[in-house]
Design a protein around this ligand. Structure first.
Ligand code: NI
Ligand code: MN
Length: 226
């Protein structure tokens, strides 16, 4: 499985011969001007919740690629009204897709779509297949529910956790989250895009290292092999 960081919480995921994109906000991300969204080729668009910094380019990318939207029921219904195809889920549910099994797990966060439509409950995804098992936390506070994730995936290969603080957990809580999920290989996201979520990369990296954990704070465009 290969991940490519496209800014904020957006990753391109290449696995089992399929391409997925999660939480795309590229055109309005001043840090991601090198990324050309018309060149993005995907089969699926995964959305953790309805906030603008996660769905901004979802409609355009899904239409360009005739791609399937996967999110919670409320968000998928909103895109279906625009003429897109989708697969709605809800918290705690899993489904077998052609790229692997996705479980939509609890995120402790709010959610509203860009036009004010209620976005359902915010969540994250656990993606598992014969290549790897990865947890994408979405926007969330640290929550005891994370302790349930290793029951689904006892050997998580990697976890993508928000570390920017203010709107989500910060890096100190992400270290505790990494204990809860039993995974010491972390990729940070949701940092540096806006002033309130700017982080000191050295401080964050050292804090993880001091706990014998590794965190990648990816550059936009950086590829990560899981
Ligand atoms: Ni959010
Ligand atoms: Mn966000």
């Amino acid at each position: 499985m290969k991940l490519t960081f496209l800014g904020q919480s957006c990753f391109l995921i290449e696995t089992m011969g399929k391409k997925l994109i999660i939480d795309p906000m590229i055109l309005s991300n001043p840090l991601a001007t090198k990324i050309k969204i018309e060149e993005i080729k995907v089969d699926y668009v995964l959305l953790t919740h309805g906030h603008y910094d996660h769905v901004a380019d979802a409609e355009k990318i899904a239409f360009n690629n005739n791609a399937f939207i996967i999110s919670n029921f409320e968000i998928v219904s909103w895109y279906e009204e625009k003429g897109l195809k989708g697969h709605g889920m809800n918290l705690g549910g899993k489904f077998q897709f052609d790229f692997g099994t996705l479980k939509y797990v609890v995120g402790v966060h709010s959610s509203v779509l860009p036009d004010g439509t209620h976005g359902g409950a915010a969540g994250g995804f656990v993606l598992s297949n014969s290549e790897a098992c990865v947890y994408f936390a979405g926007d969330t506070a640290l929550t005891m529910d994370m302790q349930l994730i290793p029951r689904t995936c006892p050997n998580l290969d990697m976890a993508v956790l928000p570390v920017g603080d203010n709107f989500t957990m910060g890096y100190e809580d992400a270290i505790i989250a990494s204990d809860f999920i039993g995974c010491n290989r972390i990729v940070g996201c949701h940092f540096d895009t806006f002033p309130p979520i700017k982080i000191d990369h050295e401080v964050v990296s050292k804090a993880f290292k001091d706990q014998n954990k590794t965190i990648i704070l990816p550059q936009i465009g950086q590829e990560i092999t899981v």
